[in-house]
Design a protein around this ligand. Structure first.
Ligand code: CO
Ligand code: CO
Ligand code: CO
Length: 329
């Protein structure tokens, strides 16, 4: 749902004061972290959504990669997961079997177990998982530690919202979407391992609020501002053309822009297409990592050794009137 409405609701809930809760709802982080002992904490998160691709096996894999991503963003190791299924009575159960096969295979790739779940009847399919991971609290990575001078690294291109909407609208072939689909299926595991090895200040994964929305959350939680150089942000092939047609735009682009309008300053030389894509809601997006400048080279090498991409897209500055500043090419 929209960021502004969600924040309003969450702020009305009673606060918890349990010292074992290391990360709760206050900082809009990717997952909650609860300390069990000095060197062990449980990390938990859940995510679910309607199909964004036609093939049920692929949808299951994307849903699992997406749900696992919140655990990876905290620098944690996913251990087990439970299913959340909404499924129409009139649909053949072979569709559900394919979704669950895709998801289970992806969990196996992550080294996590499927241990249960819950299903209800609904008019349309929705699927997702609650994932639990473990982390040493001394090594966890939150979204609130970004420091002035850090470089910002992004590990996947942007544009899955526009690409999947264009396929649904019949304006892009499945083949045209294959780059984005492979990206959504790719685990953020290697990126997470690389950042733990190098030591970074903050991380979040890019999902429904778009690149700028999640950058804003990280900057806001860290008490800093960020400069994003839009010319260095990678986009999926075709995304900059497709986003110019309203029919291909996910509705969340407009609500994400509305939420950020007083918080983000966009330089006049940023094109309309690029500005729209910076707000595009992502599914199973990459990690946005705030890394001390002197370690950025090591992080990049670590990511590339594991077969991942690393794009330096900007830097962290002291707090400015606008939390995020987007520069042109
Ligand atoms: Co997240
Ligand atoms: Co999430
Ligand atoms: Co139940």
């Amino acid at each position: 749902m929209e960021a502004s409405a969600l924040m309003q609701v969450l702020h009305q809930l009673p606060k918890t004061d349990d010292p074992a809760l290391l990360v709760g709802t206050e900082t809009s982080d990717d997952a909650a972290v609860y300390r069990i002992s000095d060197d062990l904490a449980v990390v938990t998160s859940l995510d679910f959504f309607p199909p964004i691709v036609d093939d049920p096996y692929t949808f299951g894999g994307i849903a699992a990669a997406n749900a696992l991503s919140d655990i990876y963003a905290m620098g944690a190791t996913p251990r087990f997961a439970t299913n959340m299924v909404c499924f129409p009575r009139k649909l053949d159960t072979s569709v559900l079997l394919e979704i669950l096969r895709g998801s289970t295979d992806k969990l196996r790739e992550a080294g996590a177990l499927l241990v249960g779940g819950h299903s209800i009847e609904d008019r349309e399919i929705k699927y997702g998982l609650s994932v639990t991971g473990f982390v040493d609290p001394a090594r966890m990575v939150t979204n609130s530690g970004a420091k002035e001078g850090d470089l910002l690294l992004l590990t996947k291109p942007i544009g899955t919202g526009v690409i999947t909407s264009a396929v649904k609208a019949g304006r892009l072939s499945e083949a045209g979407a294959s780059e984005a689909v492979s990206s959504m299926l790719a685990l953020n595991r290697g990126a997470s391992e690389a950042m733990i090895e190098v030591g970074v200040n903050a991380c979040t994964d890019i999902t429904g609020f778009g690149l700028l929305g999640h950058a804003f959350e990280m900057a806001d939680a860290s008490g800093v501002s960020m400069v994003i150089r839009s010319g260095d942000v990678p986009f999926f092939r075709g995304a900059t053309e497709l986003v110019l047609s309203r029919k291909n735009r996910p509705r969340a682009i407009a609500s994400n822009m509305d939420f950020l309008k007083d918080r983000v300053e966009v330089s006049p030389d940023v094109t309309e297409a690029v500005e729209l894509l910076l707000h595009d809601p992502q599914t199973s997006g990459g990690l946005l990592i705030s890394v001390p400048r002197e370690r950025a080279g090591d992080l990049r090498n670590g990511l590339e050794e594991r077969g991942g991409d690393a794009f330096v897209i900007g830097e962290v500055t002291r707090k400015m009137p606008r939390t995020i500043v987007v520069e042109g090419a």
